[in-house]
Design a protein around this ligand. Structure first.
Ligand code: SAM
Length: 276
């Protein structure tokens, strides 16, 4: 396979999750899923030696922002200036996402060790995410799109689906990368959902789902009684048509959102009879 990178790759750093794409068809499919249009603002996370960047550079975007933690690759990209191209050398986990103004499309073959916390941040904090296409470990892709009742449904599914509609693009085996990872990868696409379907209080939702999915096989009433003795009442569940004996993994995304409001927004008064 010919070298599809913008410049020669250095020795891959394991600590930065460096597995570089070597199959141009895969890279083209990622770019197609991003649906780039004239005048777009596009960010690429972790461009590395630039397999994806090479296909993005000739497109008629307004801004192309490359965010790369490896100083070596950030410097290589910065040495190839274009009008509207910005290179940020830094950690995506510390990026000030709120600063992105207007609609942004974001793409990246994400480092596997930081993909979940990164996507957790992006869906909540990017003010106007127009579209995102991420390559992640297949198992993480399964969790992103999982529906209630399935083995893969968890806090990441509920959180991400509260802000975007994630859908599986395609699955890729290890041979598409150099060095090859030990697991299969999947490309997922995030499409925005209407504002009214998003959580009114994301902090409460985040707190609730972290509590619930630590004990996914237990009954909700037991989990909440123990974790939130001051705020939990049976009424909070029954008011939402939730059976107190249900397990967290069976609750729909909207039910988690409403339960978080009910438990933490002050609607659930202390005078209500407690379960204990
Ligand atoms: N885009 C290239 C490709 O597809 O061949 C490289 C992908 S490689 C899986 C992940 C890239 O993310 C590497 O270039 C790595 O240096 C960079 N990276 C790792 N951790 C990062 C972080 N926390 N913030 C920004 N970039 C990071």
């Amino acid at each position: 396979m010919s070298d599809i990178n913008l410049f020669t790759a250095a020795r891959a750093k394991k600590s930065l999750g460096q597995h570089f794409l070597r199959d141009e068809r895969v890279v083209q499919r990622i770019v197609d899923l991003l649906r780039p249009e004239e005048g777009d603002q596009i960010m690429e996370i972790g461009p590395g030696p630039g397999a994806l960047t090479a296909l993005l550079r000739p497109l008629p975007w307004k801004t192309l922002l490359l965010l790369e933690k490896d100083d070596h690759y950030a410097a290589e990209h910065a040495a190839r200036p274009l009008p509207g191209l910005e290179v940020v050398a830094g950690d995506a986990l510390a990026y000030p996402w709120e600063r992105l103004e207007g609609p942004w499309k974001i793409a990246g073959n994400l480092p596997y060790n930081v993909a979940s916390p990164l996507m957790w941040d992006i869906v909540r904090r990017v003010p106007h995410l127009a579209r995102a296409v991420f390559m992640v470990q297949k198992e993480v892709g399964d969790r992103l799109v999982a529906r209630p009742g399935s083995r893969d449904y968890g806090a990441l599914s509920v959180w991400v689906q509260s802000f975007v509609e994630p859908r599986k693009g395609f699955v890729i085996g290890p041979s598409a990368f150099s060095p090859p990872p030990k697991v299969d990868s999947a490309v997922v696409v995030f499409e925005p959902i209407p504002e009214r379907r998003r959580p009114s209080d994301p902090d409460s939702l985040s707190r609730l789902i972290k509590i619930c999915f630590q004990q996914r096989r237990k009954q909700l009433q037991g989990i909440l009684r123990r974790a939130l003795p001051q705020t939990f009442t049976l009424d909070a569940l029954t008011a939402l048509g939730i059976d107190p004996a249900q397990r967290p993994e069976t609750l729909a995304v909207e039910q988690f959102q409403k339960l978080a409001e009910e438990l933490f927004s002050g609607k659930n008064h202390a005078e209500k009879p407690r379960l204990s």
